[in-house]
Design a protein around this ligand. Structure first.
Ligand code: URA
Length: 438
């Protein structure tokens, strides 16, 4: 027990952070009440950043058992508000991706699923580092507004069926503080911490069901499929135990998704998918995730391809953008400068590595280094080819897009050696590798 004297008042803290740090450090069990206290005491500023850093590093190195991960998740949910969509009178289903390069799937997916009468409350974030943020992409659309009140969100879900907006600060504030600390202490990549962070926000959001797109490969958090599977299984168990029907797909993030990496160009590509076209991999993943979501929402027979082909999903997209003051017909921002890289020989594209291309797009201005930076909406990379495509010498491979040509050299440095033209077509691997259920 710790006594603390503050302005004549004596506060009694029931536990000591050092005891918890030592327990995880020495791989001893941690009590449920202690963990709940730790999260609460850290959120109110009693436990210091230095102590929480030691705790998160101990978790990264030694792990936490499933029960403790659940307690951590519950404690983070309890730190803020819980949303409730029961008044809508229709099933709600959400999707979360662990993030990748060219991952614009939320944009066509939310209106596609909503076209079947299911509500899709999609609370999204902004990009940091090489993975783009859904809100940054949508903000390329003139007038579009990311911040909605809870009432506006509910009204849009009732009228349009889909909403993609910023998560309010009231949702799992403990996670917000902890995530910022992990970001600067090298403790992001711990499965117990990632799982509790993501699931605390998703459970607090109040969706009935949830589909997780857990990426593995060069452009993902988890390079290795075994670690991605462990993360997926942990999150599926957390969701299921909290009464949220949860499944996950393990998907390949070694190659950028689609042909556009950036913001405005990713919106353009998403609209192509909603118009019944678009790159095959983006369509494949959108359809696979839509089927998962609709199955969880009780519509396993929904013909999702038909809703892309006949304009029903596009219709919801247009209403969704308009409802947030965006103009779906407005021209998207165009880059001031472009630089195209061409093939130096005839052959077949063997590989295009996601991570270096994500870093290059970021260096071109499509992403931000600090949370307060602005993104350049027109910046990014348009790929003209994908692995397996045959090319002739001199044929364009990809075009860098920027507001300032001074950005090109560092972007070109990032992708040096990140693509390859060879003689034989590479072996193709399925995009959706595994499905994880409870
Ligand atoms: N996204 C989150 O919200 N939390 C993490 O810990 C990692 C990715």
């Amino acid at each position: 027990m710790t006594l603390r004297q503050a302005q004549g008042r004596v506060d009694v803290e029931p536990y000591d952070a050092v005891d918890l740090i030592r327990a995880v450090r020495d791989r001893r069990p941690v009590g449920e009440a202690e963990l709940r206290w730790l999260v609460d005491a850290y959120t109110r500023g009693y436990v210091a950043d230095a102590q929480m850093s030691a705790f998160t590093m101990a978790v990264l190195l030694n792990g936490l058992d499933r029960g403790s991960i659940r307690t951590l998740t519950d404690a983070m949910i309890a730190s803020g508000e819980r949303m409730d969509f029961s008044a809508l009178g229709k099933p709600t289903v959400d999707k979360h991706s662990t993030g990748g390069v060219g991952d614009k799937i939320t944009l066509p997916l939310a209106p596609l699923v909503a076209a079947f009468g299911v509500a899709v409350p999609q609370l999204s974030g902004r990009g940091l580092g090489h993975t783009g943020g859904t809100l940054d992409k949508l903000e390329s659309i003139p007038g579009w507004r990311a911040a909605l009140s809870n009432d506006e969100m509910l009204a849009q879900l009732a009228e349009v069926g889909a909403v993609i907006c910023a998560a309010g600060s009231g949702l799992a504030p403990a996670d917000k503080k902890l995530y910022a600390l992990r970001d600067v202490t090298g403790t992001v990549e711990a499965i117990p911490l990632i799982a509790s962070s993501i699931m605390s926000k998703k459970i607090a959001e109040g969706t009935d069901s949830l589909v997780l797109d857990v990426k593995f490969g060069s452009g993902a958090f988890m390079q290795d499929i075994d670690r991605a599977r462990e993360l997926a299984e942990t999150m599926v168990a957390l969701g299921t135990d909290s009464g949220v029907a949860t499944t996950a797909l393990l998907t390949d993030m070694n190659t950028p998704l689609g042909l556009a990496i950036g913001n405005a160009n990713e919106v353009r590509e998403s609209v192509e998918v909603l118009a019944g076209g678009g790159p095959a991999d983006v369509v494949e993943l959108t359809v696979a995730l839509a089927r998962e979501m609709l199955t969880l929402a009780g519509r396993p027979d929904a013909d999702v391809e038909a809703a892309l082909a006949d304009g029903r999903a596009m219709d919801v997209w247009r209403r969704m953008i308009r409802a947030q003051d965006g103009d779906p017909d407005a021209a998207l921002p165009q880059p001031r400068e472009t630089e195209t890289v061409t093939a130096d020989r005839d052959g077949v594209v063997m590989r295009i590595d996601a991570l270096p291309f994500g870093i290059a797009a970021w260096r071109l201005g499509a992403g931000r280094a600090r949370a307060e930076d602005a993104v350049v909406h027109a910046a990014g990379i348009d790929l003209h080819v994908k692995p397996g495509d045959r090319v002739a010498a001199g044929q364009p491979l990809f075009t860098l897009l920027a507001d300032d040509g001074a950005r090109f050299p560092r972007a070109l440095d990032a992708i040096e050696g990140a693509w390859e033209i060879g003689a034989e077509a590479p072996a193709s691997a399925p995009l959706v590798r595994e499905r994880i259920t409870a």
